[in-house]
Design a protein around this ligand. Structure first.
Ligand code: URA
Length: 204
């Protein structure tokens, strides 16, 4: 990462740390901006901080995070080798679903993170991240299992680890298969060159 981009990412984190763009600013303990390698080829996007993340200021440090570490380990990555962010940077009270106004207020941070980290592959965890980025109003169980070319990158949608922990037949196999797909996309697929897409912006 160039010094300029590293500085911009640090400035963005500092802005987010004092953000008051939505009412979650009043109930959060800490802003959970994102963590990991800012030069990572693989970026994971979750939904929103939960209780432990809100306390510690780090993404995926609770039970879902332990599963995430295992899934990453299975494809040969440590958490420090990827970049992890969420759609919302602040915890919704009682871990309720994100509201549209919160997503709208917060998505500029994620858009900037994606541009600055510039990963080759984005792995979206669950419905909220997948819907926001892929812009399809279709449930995750129908979208998962494939690699989508997406704004000069590849997007691999998968189930949220918390949903896998809640259980259901075959969910673990599905999420494992999707992580393997993301790993293969990183090593086997040539990057799509589409500079015009970058200029249009990620969320149009
Ligand atoms: N679930 C998420 O989506 N993100 C976190 O950071 C933790 C749990």
């Amino acid at each position: 990462m160039s010094d300029d981009r590293a500085r911009e990412l640090a400035e963005l984190a500092a802005q987010a740390a004092v953000c008051t763009r939505c009412p979650l600013a009043e109930t959060r303990t800490r802003v959970v901006f994102g963590a990991g390698d800012p030069d990572a080829g693989l970026m994971l996007v979750g939904e929103a901080p939960g209780y432990h993340e809100d306390q510690q200021g780090e993404p995926f440090v609770g039970a879902a995070g332990k599963l995430l570490d295992r899934l990453l380990g299975d494809i040969g990555f440590r958490r420090s080798q990827v970049y992890i962010a969420n759609v919302l940077k602040c915890r919704p009270p009682n871990n309720r679903d994100p509201l549209q106004l919160e997503i709208d207020a917060c998505s500029e941070y994620l858009r900037r993170q994606l541009t600055l980290v510039d990963p080759k592959v984005v792995l979206t965890l669950g419905n909220f991240a997948t819907r926001l980025l892929l812009k399809r109003d279709v449930g995750i169980s129908r979208l998962r299992g494939q690699v989508y070319p997406w704004w000069n990158r590849y997007l691999v949608p998968t189930l949220h680890p918390a949903a896998v922990l809640r259980g259901g037949d075959g969910l673990m196999e599905q999420v494992r298969a999707d992580f393997a797909l993301a790993g293969r996309a990183l090593t086997e697929v040539t990057r799509v060159a589409d500079p015009a897409a970058e200029q249009l912006g990620l969320f149009e």
